[in-house]
Ligand binder design. Sequence first.
Ligand code: ADP
Ligand code: MG
Length: 552
Amino acid sequence: MTSIDGNTLVARSLKEQGVDTMFGIVGFPVFALAAAAQREGIRFIGMRNEQAASYAAGAVGYLTGRPGACLTVSGPGVIHGLAGLANAQENCWPMILIGGASNSYQEGMGAFQEAPQVELARPYTKYSARPDCAQRIPFYVEQAVARSISGRPGATYLDLPDDFLNREIDEEGILFPPRCADPSRPQAAPVDVQRAIEVLRGAERPLVIIGKGAAYSRAESEVRAFIEATQLPFLSSPMGKGVVPDEDPLSVAPARGLALQDADVVLLLGARLNWIMHYGLPPRFAADVKTIQVDIEEEEIGRNVPAEVGLVGDIRAVVTQLNEALHARPHRFPADAPWRAALGEKVAENRDFVHGMMQDDTVPMGYYRVLREIQEQAPEGTIIQAEGALTMDISRSVLMHDSPRLRLDAGSFGTMGVGLAQAIAAAAVHPDKKVICLEGDSAFGFSGMEVETACRYQLPIVFVIVNNNGIGGGFDALPDDRFQAPPSAYTIEAGYEKMIEGFGGRGYQVRTPGDFSTALEKALHDSMPSIINVLIDPRARAKPQKHAWLTQ
Ligand code: ADP
Ligand code: MG
């Protein structure tokens, strides 16, 4: 009999299904699985915490359209990996978590790190399973990969007991399913396409909202052609930025509040009416707003606001349908519409305000000056990872993207601590691009040790820590009795840049625009990762919002 060991069987199946990158931490019972993955041609990136490994796997899914894998040990390892599983599932990104497990024949006996792993993963997955026997591992791997990318993308979990992995299996009778196909691109019903166009024709104050579903679907050419043909004003969601360039004159991002509040028809291209979009409800939206929703997930249509038209299908396919219908009977939103003038006025007003803050060279710096420097120096195609409450929010309005899938952040689940891992994922799958990882000092702390990972793999990520001494900032000293310190305060002017030096990277601490500029230029040309620790004004804030509920 010829035989194959379980680890090789898992690794070969993953590779066959198009999984090229695996993040993880080895230990019982998956030591040999990581090595088998390397032998089968999967890139294994050893991380320092399973949470970070799982975040990285989701980001690979978003950036490449095939799931990244995260490998963890049993019990606590799987539980740490649930963080990224939930993050990927909430973002609709494909990933696969692979958890080692104690021996299947010791179930219920109190085995080492025994836990109900398949059940734990279930609420945050589209598919969570343990193979019924080692011979059928390829079937389960194919299912886990296929389900992660089909329909609405999401997370899957595979549970692999020690006795399945670390033993020889008779090759006879093992069936290898062929590589699962890339997801199909379903079209919407033609009658709905016509109705959508009629509703758009009747709109006085139309708005297109472009979400990360459009970026994931790689619909940029089609969406650009649609915006160009219809001349409709549009807004991009944080990760929808760049599907149509941020600097397109039809972008009304600086007038976001007015655009959402007064639009009478909103066309949603891969963006949910969830908390990020204030549920599509008043006071953020007009009470009688009509929505046209394009989404691959039928259950999403009409959530929170009944849809005037629901177009269920792949964004690229559906926008192609819209473009074809418009070709037959064009519709151009008029250049002299009062809505355009109202939006234009607001755009100019807010743009001037932000521009003013960006020019402010006062020391210590505020967010806008730091971001301006990044905007000016980042080469075309730079991937920006941004997190930390204010750092992330303000960067969304200041940093301009002219291509899609160049921004990563805390996403739909608002997960703090994804930053370093997502930056590592981006650098791993796009060695041709620069990656800037923009972190608040608090956000940085969640996975700060992954700086070692970036250095070890020589990924020349530029970590910029916008340091305001804690969560939300506001302090320049800690009381003598440290237990009386505000819960949101961290070490004042912490020397985060020093930690990277221990791993062979370069650290800079800066306070002035000039020093930041010099450090950033060096870091962008370095072959090793850098940390630039920017000590900003701990009281720096965002531009004041008109209504308190805008910041809720
Ligand atoms: P954002 O945070 O950018 O507003 P969301 O994550 O809320 O975006 O929404 C993305 C939506 O895109 C999800 O509802 C998801 O079902 C949908 N989606 C993902 N892939 C596709 C696709 N290929 N075609 C159509 N819709 C998609
Ligand atoms: Mg902070």
